[in-house]
Write a protein that binds this ligand. Sequence first.
Ligand code: SAM
Length: 262
Amino acid sequence: MLSRPVVAAWTKQTLTDHFFKEAKKQGYVSRAAFKLIEIQKKHKVIKPGGKVLDLGCVPGAWLQVACQQLGPRDRGGLVLGVDIQEVSIPPKFCDDRVSVLQADARLLTPEVLQAYTTDGFDTVLSDMLHFTSGVNDVELSLELAGTAMNVATGHYYDLYGEAFEQQVGLFAAGTAMNVATGHYYDLYGEAFEQQLGFKHSGFLRPGGNLVMKVYEGSGTQEFTKLMQQYFTKVVRLRVEASRSMSREFYAIGLGRKAAKKK
Ligand SMILES: C[S@@+](CC[C@H](N)C(=O)[O-])C[C@H]1O[C@@H](n2cnc3c(N)ncnc32)[C@H](O)[C@@H]1O
């Protein structure tokens, strides 16, 4: 829980903030709009008439910017916003090409996404952020970026390295226990069961672009390096609308490479 003076300082800073005022003036639901506007200006991550998946979309400023970038209605395209919180579509700048879904991005299944598009997305955006703040910020941001990376490419991002290997060992032991005794050993709860149920090669089309919010810190260099396996070009961008004290940057993968044939 943040202390009252911290909340008061944050509120004061927000109210005097240039991007906050500008968002209000132009009709964006949050200052975050200017982050995507800058990313788009520099890297053209959204194509006119393209299909965009926006993970962690509440309150919806990126939905507004993404829909604007699709161009006129007759160009087609779609924007699907997903958030773990209740989500609604901002009326300004969004037309009927925008849909939203309340869901945990870690549990998205092919069936769910295929209800919106059967041939994948041209752009996957993730501005996802955990509600907590503190020493674990970097790790938590990498976990969420890893989720976006998995949705886009199918790559399983192993944040915990060996620890995960050990868990896999436990899983195997649990399976043996089940065979021997009938006991169902549930290491990860339902979420893991669902994850095991589907392996995929990602929902980002070849040539598509991926944008992920990441906090600078231990492990982030390795993460952006890993992205090079999947993208023709990888850039790290710190945008002007990020607050000066924030360690946030955007890891951007441009031009997904075609998946290797097995
Ligand atoms: C910084 S806000 C996104 C702002 C948004 N880009 C905009 O333009 O309005 C981060 C969002 O990530 C969402 N989020 C965090 N964890 C998530 C998860 N596992 N699945 C889906 N959304 C998540 C939060 O609920 C929150 O709304």
